[in-house]
Design a protein. Structure first.
Ligand SMILES: Cc1cc2nc3c(=O)[nH]c(=O)nc-3n(C[C@H](O)[C@H](O)[C@H](O)COP(=O)(O)O)c2cc1C
Length: 161
């Protein structure tokens, strides 16, 4: 089974997990970036990103390579922003919706402690699916590395098979 990991990461936590998963299941990494970067410092960081997520914005993305035919399974990776999944992921789904039909879909989210379940629920709604093949929720895993997190990542990868 060939897997593609589509993810957005502002400060590296989702990137860290995406790379770990890619190593274990030999997946391709498709990192998406908005053309206009979100502020990543100070109060603006939370206000702009949070507002954009809450409003369901779909920022234009930098070019990326995504050949959907190659994949049986797509994993979406996102930080939680204001209890939502992030706007670049929304843009990606809206731009590629028909190409996702019939694929197995899984997700992992990184957060600091609140709103992950809500974000996953919203992502299900956006994808129009009832459940994910596998789900993984981690608290700031880049700065809080642990054996427990590694175990959770392994369990997530096992569920993809
Ligand atoms: C705009 C913004 C909003 C956030 N909102 C939440 C939130 O609602 N709940 C939470 O637990 N963490 C929140 N966070 C923290 C991130 O979800 C968390 O640090 C995550 O691990 C970051 O992933 P990244 O390093 O890949 O960007 C927010 C961060 C930003 C920048």
């Amino acid at each position: 089974m060939k897997i593609g990991i589509v993810y957005y990461s502002m400060s590296g936590n989702v990137d860290y997990v995406a790379k770990k998963i890619a190593e274990i299941v030999e997946a391709d990494l498709i990192r998406i970036e908005p053309k206009k970067e979100y502020p990543n410092k100070g109060l603006k960081k939370f206000l702009w990103g949070g507002k954009s997520a809450l409003m369901g914005e779909t920022p234009e993305l930098e070019n990326y390579e995504f050949n959907a035919d190659k994949y049986d399974c797509i994993i979406f990776g996102t930080p939680v922003w204001a209890s939502q999944f992030t706007p670049p992921i929304r843009t990606f789904i809206e731009d590629n919706r028909s190409k996702l039909d019939g694929k197995k879909i899984a997700t992992f989210v990184c957060y600091s402690g609140g709103g992950a379940e809500n974000a996953i629920g919203k992502l299900k709604g956006e994808l129009k699916i009832d459940s994910f093949k596998a789900e993984l929720i981690l608290i700031d895993p880049k700065s809080r590395k642990s054996e427990e997190n590694n175990k959770k990542i392994d369990e997530f990868c096992n569920k993809l098979k």
